[in-house]
Design a binder for this molecule. Structure first.
Ligand code: FEO
Length: 169
């Protein structure tokens, strides 16, 4: 049986994952408004990934006999100054999420909760990929600037499709 402390920490993280999805959906809407449908599609796929993360935690908590308590999800920012500013915000956000996941691992170890500790390893690896994926786009945006390269990058990002991780394994 999961401890109340761990249960609360995972409930807080479920909210963060859904907030992440909301934030990226707001970025998708911003890119649609800019006329960059490929960037928007990339952000939509990112949103789906975050909802998957939230549901993975939800299912784990239920499976451990814990109680899911859904919290209010904050409103994300509605717009950014440039595509680069949006992606830099996304990278800063992912770094915060990584820190939160590491704090959860620390707590699971402190609580001697081996099951949760192992469960969280998936998220530790996932965050490495998340930061790398967003960081790659930040670097490309810095290279292409505001010119025609943005159009080509839009086409490249538009090829992204969300594949549920379970289907990949
Ligand atoms: Fe759920 Fe982007 O971390």
């Amino acid at each position: 049986m999961i401890s109340k402390k761990m249960e609360k920490a995972i409930n807080d993280q479920i909210k963060w994952e859904f907030y992440s999805g909301y934030l990226y959906l707001s970025m998708a809407a911003y890119f649609e408004d800019l006329g960059l449908p490929g960037f928007a599609k990339w952000m939509e796929a990112q949103t789906q990934e975050e909802l998957f993360h939230g549901m993975k935690m939800y299912r784990y908590l239920v499976g451990q006999g814990g109680r899911v308590n859904l919290q209010a999800v904050d409103a994300p920012k509605p717009g950014w100054d440039s595509p680069l500013a949006a992606f830099e915000d996304a990278l800063a956000h992912e770094k915060k999420v990584t820190k939160r996941i590491h704090d959860l691992v620390d707590l699971a170890q402190k609580e001697k909760d081996h099951a949760t500790n192992i469960f969280l390893h998936w998220f530790v690896s996932e965050q490495v990929e998340e930061e790398a994926g967003v960081g790659e786009v930040v670097n490309k945006l810095k290279l292409v600037g505001e010119g025609g390269g943005l159009f080509l990058l839009d086409q490249e990002l538009g090829a992204r499709v969300f594949t549920p991780p379970a289907a990949k394994e």
